[in-house]
Design a protein around this ligand. Structure first.
Ligand SMILES: Nc1ncnc2c1ncn2[C@@H]1O[C@H](COP(=O)(O)OP(=O)(O)O)[C@@H](O)[C@H]1O
Ligand SMILES: [Mg+2]
Length: 288
């Protein structure tokens, strides 16, 4: 689906590459989270997958980057956008400004492609259901909440049927409720549609619950790549300045006092933390 072979990219005039010798493969229908400190290269990786690098940002691209077997560097952006949908951090940026209702906003891209009316209506209805937007379908896209607006942005990209979705911090500007709505929409998408999602996200508990895989970038390089449990409990995260969840921190501190079951991995979610502490208590009670 996505294959990067020794990809190194340097922005014009930059002293250091933003992406350094990145090799990875992403299979179809997976939900991959990208984490890393500020400046690690997360947005640059997204820009590459969407083709903005090297089609908008010139610079120097070395190595090979393929989407669906097509070389990103040699495929026109107009064709790449049919494979890869890109959703901006701020949903406001994504709105066309030309439409009066969210339904029309979602249909906008299909209109531009000249999709027949009936098919258009069917596809728009489907994504409105998928993203739970029925209640706001006839409202102005500018008079809805941030979480709703981001779901409209997602819907207006997803209606174009890309097989890969790239989301660069889609919940960074949302309140907790809005963020949860967006996460739920993404989860529905990956559970029910065969779409690959690559999401830059720093809410580790959410990543732990939903992602299939976590890739950690640091100074343009992949430093960790694996299951959420393995990556999110790695001591390396704190070293490179990534926030580790309170559950992991609490269990790590407890394990220093032998208050965490030695056979259990450190937890990444509240449920796993509770489970581990219950088990530890049982052991303790049996000893006493
Ligand atoms: N348009 C640009 N021109 C030049 N350098 C850039 C540009 N965008 C990002 N960079 C640099 O590339 C590196 C990676 O940035 P970025 O991909 O935005 O990281 P992140 O999204 O992880 O914060 C940083 O050193 C940043 O300063
Ligand atoms: Mg970024």
């Amino acid at each position: 689906m996505i294959q990067l072979d020794h990809v190194t990219y340097t922005y014009p005039q930059a002293k250091h590459p933003a992406l350094s010798d990145i090799s990875l493969e992403i299979t179809e229908s997976s939900l991959v989270a990208i984490v890393g400190p500020s400046g690690a290269g997360k947005s640059s990786l997204c820009a590459l997958l969407a083709g903005f690098i090297p089609h908008h940002f010139h610079g120097i691209l070395q190595g090979r980057a393929l989407v669906h077997g097509q070389d990103i560097a040699n495929t026109p952006l107009a064709e790449l956008v049919t494979h890869v949908g890109y959703v901006f951090q701020n949903p406001f940026t994504q709105l066309s400004g030309a439409k009066l209702t969210t339904r029309e906003e979602i249909a906008f891209g299909l209109e531009n492609l000249g999709v027949p009316r009936l098919e258009m209506a069917e596809r728009v209805d489907r994504v409105i259901e998928l993203f739970s937007l029925r209640d706001i379908a006839n409202r102005s896209p500018y008079e809805i909440s941030g979480g709703e607006m981001q779901r409209v942005a997602l819907a207006s990209i997803f209606v174009m049927k890309p097989r890969v979705l790239v989301l660069d911090e889609p919940t960074a500007q949302l309140d907790p409720l809005g963020a949860r709505q967006v996460f739920e929409a993404i989860r529905t998408l990956t559970n029910t549609q065969s779409v690959t999602v690559i999401i830059v996200e720093d809410k580790t508990e959410w990543i732990a619950t939903f992602a299939d895989r976590v890739i950690t970038l640091h100074e343009g390089r992949v430093v960790l790549d694996g299951s959420p449990d393995a990556v999110l409990t790695s001591p390396l995260l704190a070293e490179i300045g990534i926030r580790v969840s309170h559950y992991t921190q609490a269990a790590r501190a407890a394990s220093r006092h032998r208050l965490w079951p030695s056979e259990l991995a450190l937890p990444t979610t509240l449920d796993k933390a509770i489970d581990g502490f219950k088990r530890a208590r049982k052991k303790y009670e049996n000893l006493g």
